[in-house]
Write a protein that binds this ligand. Structure first.
Ligand code: CA
Ligand code: CA
Length: 256
């Protein structure tokens, strides 16, 4: 009886060990009036054709953002590639997309090495209606004035050919930057930043708008605990931000 039990436990353990990770839904991309679902598995992005999953490009990633950076018919995929040896990211890459026989093809149109400042997140937004997409790259570094290494918010603008430095921030406040999302939460006609900030075990969301030479605080939420991340959800024409929790509150979401 005991032997049988051990065998059952072993088989169970082996099943868990070898169970193939699922393909996670990773958003959708619009290419020439059609919408395609994107999937993620083991740090690669995939598109599904029939029952088959095909890698969209052969680059291991740590973060990505699907965004139409030039307002034409096709979305682009902005990527932070995975560093070959380290936990953080390496290159910022833009992939252009086109439709081809029921699937999409990607073409790398830009690449910049960010590995010395350890990128951990990429996002894109419209901070100021100036006609150029604004690109957020979260980096992990010290600064000339602040010697401690922390997550810092760097912003660039995309002129169609290359990135330009827009605001390479040290921080929003003295609370730590945990995560960030962008959206037009107040129907202003442009996006603002919803910044998840941490101080010891306390979390809060600070809302900041870009004012030309930096960001200005518009509002700050109440205090929460065990927050994992923040994201923007678009429903109809309205953006709201959603907090995702961890621990016993996992799967709980608070919506604004
Ligand atoms: Ca485009
Ligand atoms: Ca802009």
């Amino acid at each position: 009886m005991k032997k049988l039990l051990i065998a059952v436990i072993l088989i169970g353990a082996v099943c868990i060990l070898f169970r193939q990770p699922e393909y996670y839904g990773a958003g959708e991309i619009r290419v020439e009036q059609n919408t395609y679902d994107i999937y993620e598995k083991d740090n690669y992005l995939y598109i599904k054709t029939g029952k088959k999953y095909d890698k969209i490009f052969d680059e291991e990633i740590i973060d990505y953002k699907i965004y139409n950076i030039d307002s034409d018919d096709d979305g682009e995929i902005l990527v932070i590639s995975r560093h070959a040896r380290e936990e953080y990211g390496s290159d910022f890459i833009i992939y252009d997309t086109e439709e081809a026989e029921g699937t999409i093809l990607t073409k790398e149109i830009y690449r910049q090495d960010f590995s010395d400042i350890k990128p951990w997140k990429v996002d894109a937004c419209n901070l100021d209606n100036d006609g150029e997409t604004d690109i957020f790259i979260g980096v992990y570094k010290d600064t000339v004035f602040y010697k401690d290494i922390r997550k810092r918010p760097f912003f660039y603008s995309w002129d169609g050919d290359r990135l330009h430095k827009k605001w390479l921030g040290s921080f929003f406040t003295d609370w730590d930057l945990v995560d960030i999302a962008f959206g037009d939460y107040f129907n202003l006609g442009y996006d603002v930043a919803a910044v998840l900030e941490k101080n010891n075990d306390s979390y809060r969301v600070g809302i900041y708008q870009f004012i030309g030479f930096g960001f200005e605080n518009m509002d700050t939420s109440e205090i929460y605990t065990n927050v994992e991340g923040i994201e923007t959800v678009r429903e109809g024409n309205k953006d709201t931000f959603v907090l995702n929790f961890k621990g016993i509150l996992k799967n709980t979401r608070i919506r604004y």
